[in-house]
Design a protein around this ligand. Sequence first.
Ligand code: HEC
Length: 103
Amino acid sequence: MKLGYGPAAAGLIAAALIAVAPVGALAESSGRNLALSCFSCHGPAGKSPDTIPGIAGKSKAFIVQEMIGFRDGKRKSTVMQRIGKGYSDAEIRALAGYIAGLK
Ligand code: HEC
C-alpha cells in the first residue's frame, strides 16, 4: 500500500479538532484568512498607504453594509463589486469581524 494510514489518521485528527473547536474560534480564524486577500489593496493590516481607503478599525456593521452594497450593486465601485461577489453573507460577517478588530 502506497499511502499507508498517515493521511487517514491526519484526517481523523483534523475532524476531531474541528468537532471540539468552539464556533467563535472557527469564525475568528476563517475571518482572518478571508481578510488576508483584502490587504493587497487596502494595505498591510488594512492601513492603506495610498488612495484606496483604509479599512482597519472600521466597524463591523460598516464593513458588512458596504461589502453587501458593493456586491449587490447598490454602491457604485470600480473593483469592489467583483470582489464582493466572491463572498457569502456569512463570510462577509466573519471577515468584517476580524477587520473591525484591527487597530
Ligand atoms: C483589487 C484591490 C482591492 C481589493 C483586493 C479589495 N478592495 Fe476594497 N476597495 C478597493 C477600492 C478601489 C475601493 C474604493 C471603491 C471602488 O472603487 O471599488 C474599495 C473600497 C472598500 C470599502 C469602502 C471603504 C470606505 O471607506 O468607504 C470597503 C469596506 C472595502 N473596500 C472592503 C474590502 C474588503 C473587506 C476586501 C477583502 C474581502 C477588499 N475590500 C478587497 C480595492 C480593493
